[in-house]
Write a protein of this length. Structure first.
Lengths: 344, 465, 335
């Protein structure tokens, strides 16, 4: 089955005041139909830039796509002239952003903003578009949707704005929803509502979700497959269970050890990852994680590892999986955590 | 190919933050950014040149700006001119022809146009003696002078006078002669009215200066013997002279002192006051803040021009006073609210930042908070405000002096010089050009510098590099 | 990498520990007047106590008032009513600069935003040494102590002459910790100290706080919205909603056996980094939004959204009920 969205070797750089930043350094991704793929990483890893360049949202004077392709259903998305790009933005791919307060136009009513997509892409009349907008807003479980159509963003709370953004993004029935940190700015109870809403809408419409987040718990809740990014590259991709229980990359393992686990009884000590993320003005020659990795070897400082198969549909970018590398117990055997819940 | 050594554990440097770039303080960082901005750097050099011009100029070019060189009134800029030395001549009695009647026997309806209008002797800027051929039927002649060729009889120019007899064909002109081309027209009259004909001649007087005057002015040594006809070099006026013969370069220098004095002292004063006022309002917050800002709003609402006029009247600038002080006071009294508002906004913003609370918790008293935490963080805004306030004040002063509400003559300021220059804009544009040029360059340089400073000091543009 | 820390000292003679709690508030209230007749009940009648050497975690969502509580307690905001005491001594409702100076060695705060809580114009030496200098220490003495403390928080003493913008978020937070702890306070309020940091860096800061707490004998109020982290760090935990405390108890009790419907909701909504667990959980998120803390009515604040609401909830404020050993709930269901 061919993937719905394929990214190959995507590379993006920015010319800034202090020099050139290589924000994305060769990203390969596949998003299949009907699945949720989470791209997880910390600040500066390049996950937002990756999806923004798919959507053509990177301002091209400071930014530049230096290599790679992004294909939706076989059609190339990168480098399209603005008019062509508009064709698929909103109709084939919808996007919601992190801060709902600033992502909606404060001078237009919510109803007008949702209707705008329909008027522009589907050539609907204003009246028809507004009627459709009411239905869309309703489907996001906002109470009194019809009345709210005429309200302005400042009258909405954060959670409601996010629902409005979802309604707008889904207006033309896209096959992919890109959600860039959709719940980071929301309270935890509201986050639960929005995540649940996204799952329900996904089931209803059969669409794929590309979810960008730094929160591993959200990933565990939502994702079918996970891609872990670090230093502008994908370092591990695989099914969500594999990534969480049999991670093949020291970074993911490091992240898990750095988070508290909620098991009753004695807590294990948090094991932080020492150091800080790499400086992308002068990306390291070798593995980007090498400086912080407890298992770093000489080769890690000299050459950047390529992706190695470590399981069915599971790849990792790490020299520890190359032939001849020493065995590291935590990486090369399945990991079970004490007190794991049994499979249902 | 990889070998066993590749997989040996790596030896690492200390991960705990190796920072290799040199540490730059805020001002060092801002300065290096400013240097990279060529426009701002150029403006800075221009302003330094201007400051040198203003402060050192009068020592290098020590010409008295009030000295009137009446031989070179409204002279255009150019190299030094030479003039002929002439002796003083008494008034010309004119030229009367004996074989022509003083009055005609009868007055015809029309007469011939005067011809042969020429200079009786070499015309100089001291005097021009005209003579012409007599016209039958004329009982007198009127003489006109124009700086452009006349097209009709209504266009003959300045009436200089005339003669009262048909045979009086000589006229001497000593009126404000300059070394330029004049068009003299002679019109025959019947003793009462003029005939409808005229003749025109083009005369260009040569620059001449009286020997006595030249000695007085120091153009020739006291003991040197000279003969009329020798040439002497007149004072050089690189920028030319104005309508009273005053050297424009010296006036521009003096005007610079006045304009820049007002333009820098007034902003310094009102920015200082604005900072204190706005800083206090922002820091106190609440009702005091509201009260203080309402008063500032009130001051903004006062009509500036009206106030300047009232000030001028109230202060009653007497003769001999320059009018600088009232203008300074008015600028300060009316200019501070903008700065106060800006600083207040900045202080309100800074107050919310965590480091203020942290310092409070450590026991910092308000004076320490303001001096050590708040003001240093507003310095950028203050500096930029100052840099933009200066050209604004210079321009305001120029404008006020231009409309006559500013410094009083003879004190020159660039604005009052523009005011004088406008009157002769069409004939002697250089009188307007130089002060206007200096105002424009100064204001532009300050504005560009201010832009550069804003960019260099804006902390949002400073990333972690 | 860290120096052997000196034994926990207090400035003068050893003070025998007060038998009561170190910090105690009784019906502490903070209201903001935000317009004619509009009162924002940021903190309403909060009574909490924190014992010596204890870490009390304070959780809640936006509008819960947890940060406002911390700031009012430490004197950055003026108290509207109620009392607060430190080591048995009542704290004034309004703190003048002299009061802050007096209590500087008793209470300090670590702030949320590492980018805004350090003065960009000051060197690290100035920032960290400020408390000492304000207390009268000499420049050289302060420099010596700053060097020691920088090493202690995992930085190098070479960093003294640098400016805060040259450091990463995690490093800045360490500088903030050094600044707060260099004058050896007994009680530290940590106001969302890790919210602005990356996951891998959060653990560094939490471990540092833990270690320093043990070696210096600190008492902490740990305010955060990350439930899992608060449970891990704290001994006891209090949950706030719209300005009122709804439940307090030991961290494990409150987290694993919540009694108040809001706490249940909160724990339920909190996702875990465990896919199998997530799949097995029933997710029935609550409907509706967090209401506003302006002009609240007489009953329980949670009544509008509570799935277990009963008649008295809207009419009267809920009573505080002790359900087990040090675990108390403010809810009519348990009255």
């Amino acid at each position: 089955m061919s993937a719905l969205l394929t990214l190959e070797n995507l590379a993006v750089e920015f010319a800034t005041y202090g020099g050139v930043v290589e924000a994305v350094r060769g990203v390969d991704l596949e998003l299949n139909r009907g699945e949720t793929l989470a791209i997880v990483g910390e600040s500066g890893c390049g996950k937002s830039v990756t999806v923004q360049s798919i959507m053509g949202l990177i301002p091209m004077p400071p930014g530049r796509i230096t290599a790679g392709s992004a294909r939706l259903d076989g059609e190339e998305l990168l480098g399209l002239p603005a008019k062509e790009a508009n064709r698929f933005r909103g109709t084939k791919i919808g996007m919601i952003f992190q801060d709902p307060m600033t992502s909606l136009n404060p001078t237009m009513t919510i109803g007008d903003q949702i209707a705008e997509t329909l008027i522009v892409h589907r050539n609907m009349s204003r009246r028809a578009a507004r009627a459709q907008a009411a239905e869309l807003l309703d489907s996001t479980r906002i109470p009194e949707a019809r009345r709210r159509l005429d309200q302005y963003p400042f009258e909405f709370s954060g959670g409601m704005l996010q629902r409005a953004m979802i309604a707008q993004a889904l207006a033309c029935g896209p096959s992919i929803l890109i959600a860039d940190e959709p719940t980071t700015a929301l309270d935890v109870t509201i986050q639960a509502q929005i995540l649940e809403l996204m799952r329900e809408l996904q089931a209803e419409h059969g669409m794929s979700i590309l979810l960008i987040t730094h929160d591993l718990a959200v990933v565990a809740r939502m994702a079918n497959r996970v891609a872990v990014m670090y230093g502008g590259q994908i370092v591990e991709t695989g099914p969500v269970d594999d990534i969480f229980y049999q991670s093949a990359h020291p970074y993911m393992q490091g992240l898990k050890s750095a988070m508290p686990s909620n098991r009753g009884g004695r807590d294990k000590q948090l094991m932080p990852i020492e150091g800080s993320p790499p400086d992308l003005f002068a990306p390291p020659v070798g593995c980007a994680y090498g400086e912080r990795c407890p298992h770093a070897m000489n080769i890690c400082q000299r050459r950047n590892p390529s992706m190695t198969d470590v399981g069915p549909d599971h790849v990792a970018r790490c020299w520890l999986h190359a032939d001849g590398a020493p065995l590291v117990s935590t990486l090369h055997q399945p990991q079970h955590r004490p007190g794991d819940h049994a499979d249902d | 190919m990889s070998d066993a050594a590749d997989f040996a554990p790596a030896v690492r440097q200390d991960v705990a933050a190796a920072i290799t770039r040199p540490s730059l303080s805020y001002w060092q960082d801002a300065w290096s950014r400013l240097k990279r901005n060529t426009r701002a750097l150029l403006s800075l050099y221009i302003l330094i040149a201007l400051a040198t011009f203003t402060l050192l100029g009068p020592f290098l070019w020590d010409v008295d700006p009030a000295l009137q060189d009446l031989n070179q009134v409204s002279q255009a800029p150019g190299p030094a001119r030479t003039a002929a030395l002439v002796a003083h001549e008494p008034r010309w009695s004119g030229r009367r022809l004996v074989d022509v009647p003083a009055e005609p026997d009868e007055y015809p309806d029309a007469v011939a146009a005067p011809a042969g209008i020429r200079a009786a002797q070499a015309p100089t800027t001291q005097l021009v003696r005209l003579t012409w051929d007599p016209v039958d039927g004329a009982a007198g002649y009127s003489v006109y002078r124009n700086t452009q060729a006349p097209e009709t009889q209504n266009d003959l120019g300045l009436p200089l006078g005339g003669t009262d007899a048909g045979n009086a064909v000589g006229f001497e002109d000593r009126l404000n002669l300059e070394g330029r081309t004049y068009y003299y027209s002679v019109v025959p009259t019947d003793g009462v009215d003029e005939y409808d004909v005229y003749g025109t001649a083009t005369i260009t007087p040569q620059l001449a200066i009286l020997i006595d005057e030249a000695r007085e002015r120091g153009l020739i040594g006291g003991s040197t013997t000279v003969t009329p006809g020798d040439t002497v070099e007149l004072d050089w006026h690189p920028f030319g002279t104005d309508y009273l013969g005053r050297d424009l370069l010296a006036r521009v220098m003096q005007g610079a002192r006045v304009s820049l004095f007002i333009g820098t002292v007034a902003p310094l004063l009102f920015v200082c006051f604005g900072v204190a006022y706005g800083g206090t309002a922002g820091y106190l917050g609440g009702r005091m803040d509201a009260l203080l800002m309402r008063f500032a709003d009130f001051v903004v609402a006062l009509p500036f021009l009206l106030f300047m006029i009232l000030f001028k009247i109230a202060f009653g600038i007497g003769p001999g006073e320059s009018g600088i002080l009232p203008m300074l006071i008015a600028l300060v009294l009316l200019g501070w609210p903008a700065t106060a508002r800006l600083v207040r906004g900045q202080v309100l913003q800074i107050r919310e930042q965590g480091f203020i609370d942290a310092a409070r918790l450590l026991g910092a008293p308000p004076s320490y908070l303001i001096a050590r935490h708040i003001i240093p963080n507003t310095m950028g805004v203050i500096l930029v405000t100052l840099t933009f306030a200066v050209p604004s004040a210079i321009f305001t002063e120029a404008f006020l002096s231009f409309i006559g509400m500013g410094v009083a003559p003879p004190t020159p300021s660039w604005g009052s010089m523009c005011n004088e220059g406008v009157k002769t804009m069409l004939s002697h544009p250089h009188e307007l050009f130089f002060p206007a040029l200096f105002i424009s360059i100064t204001v532009l340089a300050f504005n560009l510098l201010g832009d550069g400073l804003t960019e260099a000091l804006d902390s949002r543009l400073r990333s972690r590099d | 990498m860290t120096d052997t820390p000196p034994p926990a000292t207090r400035s003068l003679e050893t003070i025998p520990p007060n038998p009561g709690p170190l910090v105690e508030t009784d019906r502490l209230t903070k209201h903001f007047a935000i317009g004619p007749g509009q009162i924002l009940h940021a903190v309403d009648s909060v009574s909490l106590h924190i014992d010596n050497d204890e870490i009390l975690g304070l959780v809640g969502e936006s509008g819960s008032g947890k940060s406002t509580f911390g700031k009012t307690l430490i004197g950055l905001l003026q108290r509207t009513s109620g009392t607060a005491s430190f080591d048995g001594e009542p704290l004034p409702p309004r703190f003048a600069a002299a009061d802050h100076l007096r209590y500087a060695r008793s209470m300090q705060m670590i702030f949320q935003d590492p980018y805004l809580s350090l003065n960009p114009r000051m060197t690290v030496l100035d920032i960290v040494g400020e408390g000492l200098r304000l207390a009268g220490h000499s420049k050289s003495d302060a420099a010596e102590q700053v060097a020691m403390w920088l090493r202690r928080v995992g930085l190098s003493s070479d960093h003294m002459s640098r400016y805060s913008h040259e450091f990463s978020g995690g490093q800045r937070q360490r500088i903030g910790i050094a600044r707060a702890l260099i004058i050896e306070p007994r009680f530290v309020i940590c106001d969302e100290p890790i919210s602005a940091l990356d996951v891998s860096v959060q653990a560094q800061v939490v471990n540092l706080l833990d270690e320093l707490k043990d070696t210096l004998g600190l008492t902490l109020l740990f305010i955060a919205h990350d439930l899992s982290m608060v449970r891990y760090v704290s001994d006891r935990m209090a949950v706030m909603y719209l300005g009122a405390v709804v439940e307090t108890g030991s961290a494990d009790d409150v987290f694993f056996e919540p009694r108040h419907p809001y706490t249940e909701l909160l724990i339920d909504s909190n996702p875990e980094a465990d896919p199998r667990l997530e799949r097995s959980r029933a997710h029935v998120p609550i409907q509706g939004e967090i209401t506003s803390p302006i002009n609240l009515g007489p009953g329980c604040r949670f009544a509008d959204r509570c799935p277990k609401v009963i008649a008295p909830c809207r009419a009267e404020p809920p009573p505080e009920v002790i359900v087990s050993d040090s675990h108390s709930v403010s809810c009519h269901l348990y009255a």
